[in-house]
Design a protein around this ligand. Structure first.
Ligand SMILES: Cc1ncc(COP(=O)(O)O)c(C=O)c1O
Length: 421
């Protein structure tokens, strides 16, 4: 479909959206498949073409803040625009006659991509909603304890703080090591906080502040055996690193589809092990009598239908790139800058360098310089956009390249860093 026509139909001129390019012919996802092989990780020529073919990147700044949400690859973006139009034109007729078949097949395909059964998957509006359904769905009693780390995501911490006030549960806050050398160091931090009253542990698979990857499977294996519920926040790890949801070994996992999976904003997924669906009480009103049906948890009203029906294209794009290749390239980009920045005067990288402990996201700070000053000077000198993150008792600069970023952009960032250290 002609993109300009679609945009015009939506009352938007392409010229008014400078990031939307004209109708340049582009290979489709299927035609691209054969261009991939496994030696492309450091092949800038390939990634330059990939970027040109699949992304509209900003012309006036370099985006190294791809942690908030993922830029949609163009085939996804175009499908989304088409879907907005399709839903608007066909209106309730589509929703009443066709949508539920489409929805069911989307759930099937997404479940198979993530390695779970469709009866274990609930599409939500984001990871916060998915995790709230799991956390608030459990049966909490006064005095029950939950273990959280100071590096978990603030919305999840707030959910437990609310339960602390409403139900009298107790939060045990632990500090996890910033730069662990072994998994055992992390496990011990949790172990030390366990008491006979521990009901659950919330584990963030990839910490949003530093990009540290937590040994979730080991945590789940060790503490689930003691009857402790393991709730995993995989908002950032999903589709950034290569794993299947079931492999995490936890019964409850919340993910985002609008971060690394690259779907339009407003989509997440909750995985609940099928034997545990019955143990969650619906957060939103439900009067059904099948306690094992995960749909009992999903009465949050109408979803953004164009967003949901774009999931198959995002899925296809991820399959085209493949998660192992994506993970390798993203880690390569991160290592490219961290391995050089670590030797600059005053620079401290606050992300573990082991390949199994980090991927695209990394953060740093500069001795004696305020983080606010670091990001504003970097932007002033190089137009590189980064973000401050608040890491317990310190501030760091988070740097997050995406698949469309090239090492040339990281060189510009590194030059900027050299000029201010
Ligand atoms: C670790 C983690 N969990 C949960 C979330 C919440 O995501 P959303 O706001 O899309 O629900 C984020 C968002 O950045 C995150 O980084």
């Amino acid at each position: 479909m002609d993109r300009r026509k679609v945009l015009k139909g939506l009352g938007l001129a392409a010229a008014s959206l400078p990031f939307i390019s004209a109708n340049a012919p582009r290979p489709g996802i299927t035609e691209y498949q054969h261009l991939f092989n496994d030696d492309l990780t450091a092949d800038e020529k390939f990634w330059k073409k990939f970027r040109k073919d699949f992304y509209d990147v900003p012309k006036d700044f370099i985006n190294l803040e791809n942690g908030y949400f993922g830029v949609q690859p163009l085939p996804v973006f175009e499908a989304y625009i088409k879907n907005i139009e399709r839903v608007n034109v066909n209106s309730s007729r589509y929703l009443r006659t066709k949508y539920s078949d489409d929805f069911n097949s989307i759930v099937e395909d997404l479940s198979s991509f993530t390695g779970i059964d469709s009866g274990e998957a609930l599409i939500t509006r984001n990871a916060t909603e998915a995790l709230n359904i799991a956390i608030q769905g459990l049966n909490w009693n006064e005095g029950d304890e939950v273990i959280l780390s100071g590096q978990d995501y603030y919305s999840m911490i707030e959910t437990f703080e609310m339960l602390e006030k409403q139900k009298g549960i107790k939060i045990k806050r632990i500090k996890i090591p910033l730069l662990p050398q072994t998994d055992e160091e992390i496990l011990v931090s949790y172990e030390n906080a366990i008491t006979p009253k521990t009901k659950a542990i919330l584990v963030t698979h990839m910490i949003h502040l530093t990009g540290q990857i937590m040994p979730v499977k080991k945590i789940a294996d060790r503490f689930r055996a003691q009857g402790i519920e393991i709730i995993v926040d995989a908002a950032h790890s999903f589709a950034q690193v290569d794993f299947k949801l079931r492999d995490l070994g936890a019964d409850f996992v919340g993910v985002n589809l609008h971060k690394w999976f690259g779907n339009p904003l407003g989509a997440g997924l909750l995985y609940v092990n099928k034997d545990r669906v019955k143990d969650l009480r619906p957060l939103f009103g439900d009067s059904g009598d099948n306690e094992n049906d995960i749909r009992k948890l999903g009465h949050f009203g109408t979803l953004s239908v164009p967003t949901v029906i774009t999931i198959p294209v995002a899925l296809e794009f991820n399959q085209m790139v493949s998660l192992p290749r994506k993970e390798k390239r993203l880690r390569y980009l991160q290592n490219y800058w961290t391995s050089q920045a670590k030797d600059l005067p005053g620079v401290m990288i606050t992300t573990p360098s082991d390949s199994n402990r980090s991927c695209a996201i990394a953060s740093f700070k500069i001795e004696g310089m305020e983080t606010k000053e670091v990001i504003s000077k970097l932007y002033e000198k190089t137009k590189v956009f980064t973000v401050i993150r608040y890491l317990e008792d310190q501030e760091v600069v988070r740097v997050t390249p995406n698949l469309y970023n090239l090492t040339g952009e990281l060189d510009i960032f590194l030059d900027g860093l050299k000029s201010i250290t």
